[in-house]
Design a protein around this ligand. Structure first.
Ligand SMILES: Nc1nc2c(ncn2[C@@H]2O[C@H](COP(=O)(O)OP(=O)(O)OP(=O)(O)O)[C@@H](O)[C@H]2O)c(=O)[nH]1
Ligand SMILES: [Mg+2]
Length: 459
C-alpha cells in the first residue's frame, strides 16, 4: 500500500500572507531539500524537528528564490510517517509557485487533495475517522464543531469504537465456543445473548443520537418561518438578523422568494428562511413563491408557524397549522404590542401539546430571546451533549453505525428465536466489519480515494 514517490504542495492557501509553507513528503524529501537549500551557516546538520535558516535556490543553484526557515521531520515521527520537509517561505503565490516548480524539476510530484493525510493513514499515523476529523476541523465555521473535531482527532471516537470492537469480539468468542463444543449442528444453540451484545447496542444508540446535535453545531439548522400573508414573517427575519434583509410592507403578499440569512445562536449557525405568505395565490409569481415554501418546509429542521394576535384567527391560519403539526414546531404569536383579538389558549386545541408557543413582537423585539432559546432547545436539547460525550459528526460514520446496529439486532433476534448460533456469529462479524469501516481497518481503496479527494490540497 505504501507509495514511494515524493510529493509536495503548499500547505497554506495561495494568497498574500506573511509566511507560506510548502510541505514535501516522501523518501527523496531530504535529498531534494539538500539540492535547493543553501544554509546560512554553510552546512546543515538536518536534526529532526529543528529549524534552519538559509536560502532556497533554483535547481541549477544559480538563482536565489527566497530567504526561508526550513525544518526536517525524520520518519516515522512526522505527520505522514514519511520523511517530511517544511519550507517556511514568504507568503506570495509567485514565490510559492516558483519553489514548487523547482521541486517538480527535482522529481517531486504535486500532491493530490488530501494526499498527505492519506499517507498518514496508510502509515498508521491516524485512523480514518481521525483523518476525517482533521479535514472537518479545517473547513468548519463553528467553534463548537471545531472542538468536536479536535476531540475526534485526539482519538475519542477511535477509543470508543475499539472498546465496542473488543466487546463484540468477546461476545463472538462466547458464541464460537458454543459452536465448537457442539458436534451436532442442531445443538448449536444458546438461549441467552451474551451480555456484551446489549452493552454494544446501548452505546451505539448513544453515538447515533449524538449525530443530530453534532450536525447542528457543524452545519447549522434550517429554520423556516411560515404563516399567512402580513403576519410579520419578514419583520421577524429582520429583527433576528438585525439587518433589513427582507422588504416589509403592510401589503399582504410582499415576500415572493425565499429570503435567507444566517445568525449564530449559542454557537449554532441558524439558517433563517423567510417565505411567501401562504394563501390562495393571486397570480403566477405568488403561486411560484408558495410552491417554494412547501419545499423549504420539507427541508426545515425547525418550523416557526407565525400568527397575528391583532386579527382574528382565520381558516387560512388553520390550514397552515394543520400542515405543520409534526416535527419541531414553534407557534409564534406575533404583534402582541397591539390590542389582542384572541388569547394564547385558543391555540391549545389547534396544535399538539408538545408544540412550543411563544408570544412576540417582531416589530419591537419582545419575546425574541425566548424564541431563540426555543430554537436551540429544539435543535440540540437544553443539556450540552457535546460536553464530555463521544459524538459522531460524519454521515459516513452514522451510516456505518446504523448498519452495525442492525446486524447486532439481527444477532440478538436469532439467539432469542433459538436459531443456530452460526447465524448470530455471522451477524456479529458483519457488525465488526461495519465498525472497521469507520476507522478504515476494513475499507476498499476506491472509497478511500473518494474520501481523501474531498480534503483540501496540502493536507
Ligand atoms: N405592531 C406590529 N406590527 C407588526 C409586527 N410585525 C410586523 N408588523 C407589521 O405588519 C406588516 C406586515 O409585516 P411583514 O413582516 O411584511 O409580514 P409578512 O408576514 O412578511 O408578509 P408577507 O411577506 O406579505 O407574507 C408590516 O406593516 C409590519 O410593520 C409587530 O410585531 N407589531
Ligand atoms: Mg414577507
Amino acid at each position: 500500500m505504501l507509495r514511494q514517490d515524493t510529493i509536495a504542495a503548499s500547505a497554506t492557501p495561495l494568497g498574500l500572507s506573511g509566511v507560506g509553507i510548502i510541505r514535501i513528503s516522501g523518501p527523496e524529501a531530504l535529498e531534494i531539500a539538500n539540492r535547493i537549500f543553501q544554509p546560512s551557516k554553510g552546512i546543515c546538520p538536518w536534526e529532526s524537528h529543528h529549524l534552519y535558516h538559509g536560502d532556497i535556490v533554483s535547481a541549477d543553484g544559480k538563482t536565489i528564490l527566497d530567504e526561508v526557515l526550513i525544518s526536517y521531520m525524520r520518519k516515522p515521527h512526522s505527520f505522514t510517517g514519511e520523511d517530511v520537509i517544511e519550507i517556511n517561505c514568504h507568503g506570495n503565490p509567485i514565490i510559492i509557485q516558483s519553489i514548487l516548480t523547482q521541486l517538480h524539476e527535482l522529481g517531486c510530484r504535486l500532491a493530490h487533495r488530501g494526499e498527505f493525510s492519506q499517507r498518514a493513514f496508510l502509515n498508521n499515523r491516524l485512523d480514518l475517522s481521525q483523518a476525517e476529523a482533521l479535514s472537518a476541523m479545517i473547513s468548519t465555521k463553528s467553534a463548537k464543531a471545531y472542538a468536536m473535531g479536535l476531540s475526534q482527532l485526539k482519538g475519542s471516537l477511535s477509543r470508543e469504537l475499539e472498546d465496542l470492537r473488543l466487546l463484540l469480539i468477546e461476545a463472538l468468542a462466547l458464541l464460537e465456543t458454543a459452536i465448537d463444543f457442539t458436534e451436532d449442528i442442531s445443538e448449536e444453540k444458546i438461549t441467552e445473548a451474551p451480555p456484551q451484545i446489549n452493552q454494544v447496542l446501548e452505546r451505539l444508540q448513544l453515538l447515533l443520537s449524538s449525530y443530530g446535535t453534532a450536525r447542528a453545531y457543524s452545519e447549522g439548522v434550517n429554520v423556516t418561518i411560515t404563516g399567512k400573508p402580513n403576519v410579520g414573517k419578514s419583520s421577524l427575519l429582520n429583527s433576528l438578523t438585525g439587518r433589513k434583509k427582507a422588504i416589509v410592507t403592510d401589503i399582504p403578499g410582499t415576500t415572493r422568494d425565499l429570503i435567507t440569512d444566517t445568525i449564530n445562536i449559542s454557537g449554532i449557525p441558524v439558517h433563517l428562511i423567510d417565505t411567501a405568505g401562504i394563501r390562495e395565490p393571486q397570480n403566477l409569481i405568488e403561486k411560484e413563491g408558495i410552491s417554494l415554501v412547501w419545499e423549504s418546509l420539507a427541508n426545515a429542521d425547525v418550523i416557526i408557524v407565525m400568527l397575528d394576535a391583532s386579527k382574528p384567527l382565520t381558516g387560512e391560519d388553520k390550514i397552515i397549522i394543520d400542515k405543520n403539526k409534526t416535527g419541531k414546531i414553534i407557534a409564534a404569536i406575533n404583534k402582541i404590542d397591539l390590542p389582542r383579538k384572541w388569547e394564547t389558549k385558543a391555540l391549545k386545541t389547534l396544535f399538539p401539546v408538545e408544540t412550543k408557543i411563544v408570544e412576540i413582537s417582531a416589530k419591537l423585539g419582545n419575546g425574541l430571546e425566548e424564541l431563540k432559546n426555543i430554537i436551540i432547545d429544539l435543535s440540540v436539547g437544553s443539556k450540552d451533549e457535546s460536553a464530555g460525550n463521544v459524538m459522531i459528526t460524519n454521515l459516513r460514520h452514522k451510516l456505518a453505525i446504523e448498519k452495525a446496529l442492525k446486524n447486532i439486532q439481527n444477532a440478538e433476534e436469532s439467539i432469542a428465536k433459538g436459531m443456530s448460533v452460526e447465524f448470530a456469529a455471522f451477524d456479529l462479524r458483519e457488525a465488526l466489519d461495519n465498525l472497521d469501516e469507520i476507522t478504515g481497518k476494513k475499507i476498499n481503496d476506491e472509497i478511500l480515494d473518494k474520501i481523501f479527494s474531498g480534503f483540501c490540497i496540502g493536507k
